[in-house]
Design a protein. Structure first.
Length: 297
């Protein structure tokens, strides 16, 4: 039975909209992440949120340290800029050709309190590692990303070649069937959503779901663990972001620098990066506007 965090069933995780969640989703998807207050109000109104509610939310977000204000322009705080970077990396993971090796992290530090242990578990899960047993985490070695310094201080990393067949091991570490069922349910929600608020909520749930994607190499997981069915979209430009905002809201998009980093670039060694699947296509469809909905509460 997989013992790592993932949706327990095939239910789509749809959270209700709030002014804060919509504002954060808009700004976290923009590069640079800033908009004048008039543009923010106009952009949020199609989701049924009144301008007075948006302005009140903006004031609370500045007080809470979520946003900074310069004259009439609101931008993300440094704390949320770091979250934006992590989210961009999570939605656009960079992969390597897989040769059968597994990345293994063994926690070696002792005497840590419950809060520190929970924080480390969260960080290792964010790195898309799965816990084999207490203190031993692993995954196929197909991700191109450094091990954060705080993890390296409390754990040691190894390259392993397990005897257990890769598909069997992956299925024991992650609930792949449940992940796929949830993905299909989310895609169905996206396809049947009619109101702007419903489309926004569905696309935001797609992004949250992608953050739990183990990003397994195709030859290490069962076909049922994939969610496929349409061609990937590998680049979202300013123009297409604006068109897809209109598709989601039925209105003209804001005129800020809405841009999603290209995902069809080659890696440092010249090889192409892994292309996205259907769920990533759904996430790219909302361009720079809904991609960061995972942070909304």
């Amino acid at each position: 039975m997989p013992n790592n965090a993932s949706p327990p069933t095939g239910e789509a995780d749809l959270r209700p909209l709030s002014a804060r969640s919509v504002v954060l989703s808009l700004l976290l998807g923009l590069h640079p992440p800033e908009l004048p207050v008039k543009e923010l109000v106009r952009s949020v109104e199609p989701f049924g949120i009144a301008g007075s509610t948006v302005r009140a939310a903006l004031s609370r977000m500045v007080a809470a340290g979520d946003l900074r204000r310069a004259d009439t322009v609101y931008r993300l705080s440094d704390r949320l800029l770091e979250r934006q970077r992590r989210q961009d990396d999570a939605v656009h993971p960079e992969t390597l050709p897989w040769d059968g090796d597994w990345e293994m992290i063994v926690v070696t530090a002792t005497g840590r309190g419950p809060a520190e242990r929970a924080e480390l578990r969260t960080e290792l899960t964010r790195l898309r590692l799965a816990e084999l047993r207490e203190g031993v985490w692993l995954r196929p070695a197909n991700l191109l990303r450094p091990l954060p310094g705080d993890v390296a201080q409390v754990a040691q990393s190894y390259t392993a070649r397990p005897d257990r067949p890769a598909p069997e091991l992956a299925a024991s570490l992650w609930p792949l069937d449940a992940w796929a069922r949830t993905g299909r349910a989310l895609l169905a929600r996206v396809a049947h959503a009619r109101r702007p608020s419903d489309r926004f909520t569905a696309f935001a749930a797609v992004v949250r779901h992608l953050l739990a994607d183990p990003v397994l190499p195709l030859n290490s997981s069962r076909p049922t663990g994939r969610v496929t069915g349409c061609a990937p979209r590998t680049r979202t430009t300013d123009g297409s972001s604006r068109r897809t905002y209109a598709r989601v809201t039925g209105t003209t998009p804001p005129t800020a620098h809405a841009r999603v980093p290209a995902t069809d670039r080659t890696r440092h060694d010249g090889r192409p990066k892994r292309r996205a699947g259907t769920l990533r296509t759904a996430a790219f469809t909302v361009g720079g506007y809904v991609r960061a909905g995972a942070t909304g509460r």
